[in-house]
Design a protein around this ligand. Sequence first.
Ligand SMILES: C[S@@+](CC[C@H](N)C(=O)[O-])C[C@H]1O[C@@H](n2cnc3c(N)ncnc32)[C@H](O)[C@@H]1O
Length: 261
Amino acid sequence: MATAASSFQKGSGNDRFNAEALNWDKNPLVHEASKQALKAISARFPALKPSSETTGLNVLEIGCGTGLLSFITAPLVKQVVAIDAAPGMIEVLKEKLKKQDAPSNVLPVAVLLEDPEDPSLPPANAADPNGPRLKFDLITSHLVLHHVPDLKGLLTTMLGCLKHGGSVALTDFEDYGPEAKSFHPQAKLAGVERHGIHAKTMAALLKEVGFSNVRVERAWSVDKTVESFEGEFENGRPQPGQGVTRNFPFVICMGEQKHNG
Ligand SMILES: C[S@@+](CC[C@H](N)C(=O)[O-])C[C@H]1O[C@@H](n2cnc3c(N)ncnc32)[C@H](O)[C@@H]1O
């Protein structure tokens, strides 16, 4: 039976990101957004600090795309397991990781994660490759939640991927009211499930799923040129003189795994 998550993989969302993968890094806005996300995460998780590959946090990034956040997170952690449902995005990340100055502690995986024991995740113990899967100190996910049809299902999977005391730090634009809809031009609405993250709704969902110490905080904001009427930007990009500038707040959604076992 197709789940809500697997419908993303087969549907327009995945097609869109496979198609956009080769040009993703050409947009300066996505680089800046990842830098802001890391700044917001680091400010709240002081354990993110220059690390070696034997110390530091084990991080899982869900919806890593071409690895923009994974690359800048890597020097601050032990390892980043960088997963994305769109194989096209992971192919671009793999090519970037072949370059000489690329971090050596980013592990790219193409998977739509629905099970914390998915065999595509690394094993907890390298000597037991088919045994239980690695549990993480921190899960990040940037600009992904608004694409996920079944948020409760994904948050439940995330909870199952954390070690005891581990946390999620999920960043996305905020659903602050009807104007949040203009974040995406009409040409890029494929795979958009909601127009940002509604802070109170998200906090309630994190608690319902079983996270402790839940906090959803406004962390930064970004000026973006958006359509002044639906469909104004052909191919989703403004031409000179088109659009209006609007300021979009971003939230960081946090919660901890405090259950035993
Ligand atoms: C807007 S892009 C952001 C990519 C990257 N985080 C960045 O900021 O450059 C959203 C990404 O999330 C991925 N995605 C959406 N839902 C997903 C899911 N349930 N599991 C894994 N990846 C997912 C898409 O394939 C896409 O690459």
